[in-house]
Design a protein around this ligand. Structure first.
Ligand SMILES: Cc1cc2nc3c(=O)[nH]c(=O)nc-3n(C[C@H](O)[C@H](O)[C@H](O)COP(=O)(O)OP(=O)(O)OC[C@H]3O[C@@H](n4cnc5c(N)ncnc54)[C@H](O)[C@@H]3O)c2cc1C
Length: 414
């Protein structure tokens, strides 16, 4: 097998992998770069199955990577979308306390928003909420005008087109199954082809820990798939809900709860819940994979996960299987929702890293390997933050500009 040679191979053509290839290529136009994805098209997994929200940065712990990169990435993403004429809807968001006991958490979110630099957030009391959006139920809300919606698959496709035009090999149908260390980098094999790379960035999403492991980096965290089911809501509700409507999230969890989301296609979605999936790409209810079950059985975090989040897991599982339970979640925000408002059901699967003690990893995680960088936790808001994550990965890989930069001309780890 004669291997093609690249300076850099990025594994995974989701929005994070594509943005990373762009950032590194921008710093080093003299490098040969490939982005390889196992699927026949780019953005086939999380990037193509999410809520399409450009987050404002309200939720995240001040000082965390999520907080910083969400704000930075959001600005870069919106600038790219404007330049490339990608559809964006500046719809705004309401975070609604469904009862007075949630007002304290709402207050904490308001403080976080201020600390994170999210301007123009406004607190609404019951009367102001009713004026702002008739039909929504709550004891108070935060109005976040800067939240937007976007077409993430279109962003991924445009990134891929721009990369290809700049000479980057964006190769779909190219799984990475095996990786061997060579004197000057890596030999990657898969799909009957071999490539050599001086440096590898692993942005494999739901399989990122498996790819890292194949490359000799055994991290204590493992990715656990959480399926999120969406219902497409009726035109009746679509006409009445012009903005994003979110519940107050459980501060112990990295999930935001079932919300109402207008899309750039003019649809209205409810979702996603967060049900533990038994397959990495477990888009269907009841789907399972022997290999994933075996991994879960071996992983020390599984017991802690069950102990800490058992009640939450049972509730989310019920929401997956019972339309009535799902409808009840929607009705805490929108009491007028009816069973016939729930139309087609679709799903996405989140790659959520879990620590060995069973806690859900709350921040983005990048782990350095030998001549490699592994993006091991990039769940929401990583689509919003993708352009800033890309710069961070390029920094972590030590890639500075060929024409000089912070670390001196062309200094890299390679
Ligand atoms: C239900 C849901 C709702 C969400 N809502 C939002 C939101 O509204 N806003 C937001 O900012 N974020 C949201 N997110 C999170 C966001 O979608 C992800 O954080 C983001 O898409 C991660 O991008 P990625 O490139 O890391 O992963 P992915 O898009 O999953 O890309 C990884 C790629 O790696 C490829 N791959 C895997 N293994 C291999 C291999 N061995 N060889 C080659 N290729 C491989 C896969 O085919 C895939 O294309 C949501 C996610 C989900 C699931």
């Amino acid at each position: 097998m004669a291997g093609e040679r690249f300076d850099l191979v990025v594994v995974g053509a989701g929005i994070v992998g594509l943005a990373t290839a762009r950032a590194i290529r921008d710093r080093r136009p003299d490098w040969s770069v490939a982005v390889l994805d196992k699927e026949p098209r780019v953005g086939a997994h999380q990037t193509g199955h999410n809520s399409g929200v450009v987050h404002s940065g309200v939720y995240y712990k001040p000082g965390s990577l999520k907080a910083r990169l969400c704000l930075e990435g959001r600005a870069q993403l919106l600038a790219f979308a404007a330049q490339e004429r990608i559809r964006v809807g500046p719809v705004g968001k309401l975070i609604v306390a469904s009862n007075p006991s949630e007002l304290a958490t709402l207050g904490e979110l308001e403080r976080r928003a201020a600390q994170n630099g999210v301007t123009s957030v406004r607190r609404l009391d019951v009367a102001a909420l009713a004026m702002r959006l008739p039909g929504v139920a709550g004891a108070g809300a935060l109005d976040v005008p800067s939240a937007s919606i976007i077409d993430y698959p279109a962003v991924a496709h445009r990134l891929a087109e721009r990369l290809a035009a700049a000479g980057v090999a964006v190769e779909t149908g190219s799984p990475i199954a095996l990786a061997d260390r060579t004197d000057d980098g890596w030999r990657l094999e898969g799909g009957g082809r071999e490539r050599r790379a001086r440096y590898v960035v692993n942005c494999a999403g739901l399989e990122a820990d498996l790819v890292a492991e194949a490359m000799g980096t055994r991290s204590p965290i493992e990715i656990v798939p959480f399926r999120g089911d969406f219902y497409h809501l009726s035109p009746r509700l679509r006409a009445r809900v012009p903005c994003l409507v979110y519940p107050v999230p459980d501060p112990e969890l990295p999930f935001l709860g079932v919300h109402l989301t207008p899309t750039v296609d003019g649809e209205l979605l409810a979702g996603p819940n967060a049900a533990l999936a038994l397959a990495r790409e477990g888009y269907r209810r009841g789907q399972w994979e022997a290999a994933e079950l075996a991994r879960m059985a071996m992983f020390p975090g599984t017991v802690g996960l069950a102990r800490r989040y058992g009640q939450f897991a049972a509730r989310e599982w019920m929401r997956s299987w019972s339309r009535a339970t799902y409808l009840a979640a929607i009705r805490t925000l929108w009491p007028d929702a009816l069973p016939e408002d729930l139309g087609e059901r679709t799903s996405g699967v989140r790659a959520q890293a879990v620590r060995p003690d069973g806690t859900l990893e709350d921040d983005f995680v990048f782990v350095r390997g030998e001549r490699a960088l592994h993006v091991l936790n990039a769940p929401s808001p990583a689509a919003t933050a993708s352009f800033a994550i890309a710069e961070r990965v390029a920094d972590a890989a030590g890639v500075t500009r060929a024409d000089g930069g912070a670390g001196g001309p062309g200094r890299t780890l390679i």
